[in-house]
Design a protein around this ligand. Structure first.
Ligand SMILES: N[C@@H](CCC(=O)N[C@@H](CS)C(=O)NCC(=O)O)C(=O)O
Length: 219
């Protein structure tokens, strides 16, 4: 099985399924594609050789091609984890899917204003829209403490929901976003997950610069 991903320093969408595979020790080969030329027809043509959507990540499992980070995580959970990608309790599972969907389909202000850029330390002006997204993410991260198990993760076990918020943890770290103590605790836990540390290690070895994702003043 192969996972095609973009530059580790920048590709937030790629991190999600990569982290799920690594965290659950599912064997796979990684294929790295440069995202230089983001949004250009040339890059789209290049990416179209892997999937019709011309985006990464893409999972290739023998004759199956799965694109879109959420679809890939669902596929991995079904095919390789007997459903363990999601919480086992139905209510938690529904909530995990809901917060994952919020990340997948929303938070566009954070996504646009604070591109993932693992190696950088930056300052940006935060608009009201960004602050509103940050507040909601802080609440999602803090609310996990209301569950009985007191697991450090969003639900009882590390899940797809955590994989979806890992790129946000990198974003908040890069731009020095202020969080509540509870949310900061979660962010620290995510950033010190061994698989997340492995991703960062690889990201820091990269030298390519994607100008479209370089935002803000050096901090
Ligand atoms: N909804 C998709 C979005 C994937 C996406 O936008 N990937 C970006 C890289 S992080 C990409 O491939 N961009 C190439 C381009 O826009 O040309 C997913 O969840 O996988």
């Amino acid at each position: 099985m192969q996972l095609v991903i973009g530059n580790k320093n920048y590709s937030s969408w790629s991190l999600r399924p990569w982290l799920l595979l690594k965290a659950f020790d599912v064997p796979f080969e990684e294929q790295n594609v440069s995202l230089i030329g983001l949004g250009t027809p040339e890059l789209s043509d290049h990416l179209r050789q892997y999937s019709p959507a011309a985006k990464v990540p893409v999972l290739i499992d023998e004759d199956r091609v799965v694109w879109d980070s959420l679809a890939i995580c669902e596929y991995i959970s079904e095919q390789y984890l007997s459903g363990r990608g999601w919480p086992s309790e139905a209510g938690d599972r529904a909530r995990a899917r809901a917060v994952t969907a919020e990340m997948h389909a929303g938070f566009s202000a954070v996504r646009n204003a604070l591109p993932m850029n693992c190696r950088a330390k930056r300052q940006v002006e935060l608009t009201d829209a960004v602050l509103a997204d940050v507040k909601r993410i802080d609440a999602i991260w803090s609310n996990r403490l209301q569950k009985e198990s007191k697991s450090p993760w969003l639900f009882d076990e590390f899940s797809i929901a955590d994989c979806f918020y890992a790129p946000v943890a990198f974003r908040f770290k890069t731009y020095g976003i202020e969080l509540s103590a509870e949310a900061l605790d979660y962010m620290t836990k995510l950033l010190t997950h061994p698989a997340v540390e492995d991703w960062l290690h690889d990201a820091l070895l990269e030298v390519e610069v994607i100008v479209e994702d370089e935002t803000g003043e050096d901090a």
